[in-house]
Ligand binder design. Structure first.
Ligand code: TRP
Ligand code: SF4
Length: 352
């Protein structure tokens, strides 16, 4: 029998999300929906970046732990399938910290200081003291997250692209110093997917910090209530004023979640003042709920079976073995293969 041609290995995708509690529609539309698709076509690793959450929330870490469970449950609800992707928690794979430390040896301070998000975020989050070592190293920890899995692609939002750029520079510098003949750490590519604009109830970008969000886990009643207060096209002051769905945040929701027929009715009704905003918002809520309902069903199932921690632990183990394999190579080329790694020694001790 002729042997079939080898199946090309799937390209590896890695991405992370800070553990900031229950996820909202913006997280879904902007990232998760895309991850759910990628798990069918790529070798996917997705992790909860709890250490990254600590770089800004270190003064009150009480939320970080609860949040990890919330995020994992939301991921499963949204359709990430533990049989198709590896989902894990950053702090459960100590090798990330080891690589971050080793990278810190080779990274010029200026590279980190000139990352635009560094000064921007310090200004944006002015209530927090972010003149810390950990915060400066935020993108370097990201580089370790990515390179330890030798990821080909990193799906991220526009704001994170500079961090991927830095990651590529770190990989180059590392290979240059220690692995010139045989580059050890491949340079990853950002995977920028065009995501639709998702406004919050106040018309600004949906965000935890604006209190304008709709959670994936919000009840139907809450969703309807939140939509009722949502801002609309300011031109529609009176019921008889015509409006334009392209200038209305509710219109944006329709474009993402509503079927073609509804959308048609929205455009026609809004432009002629044939419908009122209350009716229009009701339709938006109906369609939103239609999208979210299967997620909430899955959420209930996973919660009932009480398996979230187990699923994450299995993901941790898979991630750890890939990360440790890279670290063996890294230690080797950096002249550190003379001792048992602290990380693997720790793993043995725990099993006893
Ligand atoms: N910094 C990313 C964010 O805020 C989260 C993150 C941490 C990440 N490590 C990563 C994303 C590695 C991609 C790859 O969204
Ligand atoms: Fe917005 Fe709908 Fe009102 Fe038009 S009818 S302004 S799309 S809420």
């Amino acid at each position: 029998m002729p042997s079939s041609p080898p199946i090309p290995a799937k390209k590896r995708v890695l991405s992370g999300m800070r553990s900031t509690g229950k996820l909202h529609l913006g997280n879904y539309v902007g990232a998760l929906a895309n991850w759910v698709k990628l798990q069918d076509t790529h070798d996917c690793f997705f992790f909860i970046a709890d250490w990254h959450a600590l770089t800004t929330d270190y003064a009150d870490p009480s939320e970080v732990n609860v949040n990890v469970d919330e995020v994992a449950l939301d991921w499963l609800a949204a359709g990430l399938d533990p049989d198709k992707c590896v989902m894990f928690v950053q702090s459960h794979v100590l090798q990330h910290a080891e690589l971050h430390l080793l990278f810190s040896m080779i990274t010029p301070l200026g590279w980190l200081e000139r990352v635009p998000t560094y000064k921007d975020q310090q200004q944006n989050l002015s209530g927090k003291d972010l003149t810390t070592y950990g915060f400066l190293g935020y993108p370097l920890l990201m580089a370790a997250d990515i390179l330890i899995y030798k990821a080909d692609f990193v799906p991220v939002g526009e704001d994170q692209v500079v961090h991927i750029e830095l990651t590529r520079e770190i990989a180059r510098r590392f290979n240059n110093f220690y692995a010139q003949k045989n580059p050890l750490l491949p340079e990853p590519q950002p995977l920028l997917t065009k995501t639709p604009k998702l406004p919050g109830t106040d018309g600004r970008k949906m965000s935890k910090s604006y209190d304008n969000y709709i959670l994936l886990s919000d009840s139907e009643a809450d969703i309807r209530k939140k939509l009722k207060t949502m801002v609309t096209d300011p031109a529609r002051v009176k019921r008889t004023d015509p409006g334009n769905p392209d200038l209305c945040p509710v219109g944006d929701l329709h474009k993402i979640f509503s079927d073609a027929k509804t959308l048609e009715n929205v455009y026609a009704g809004c432009r002629t003042a044939g419908i009122g905003c209350i009716e229009c918002k009701g339709w938006a809520a109906d369609n939103l709920i239609k999208t979210i309902a299967p997620m909430q069903e899955r959420r209930r199932e996973y919660q009932q079976k009480n398996v979230v921690r187990e699923i994450v632990a299995a993901g941790d183990a898979k991630a750890r073995s890939v990360a440790e394999a890279t670290m063996k190579q890294v230690r080797e080329v950096m002249g550190l293969s003379h001792s048992i790694s602290p990380a693997s020694a720790g793993a043995t001790a725990r099993q006893k």
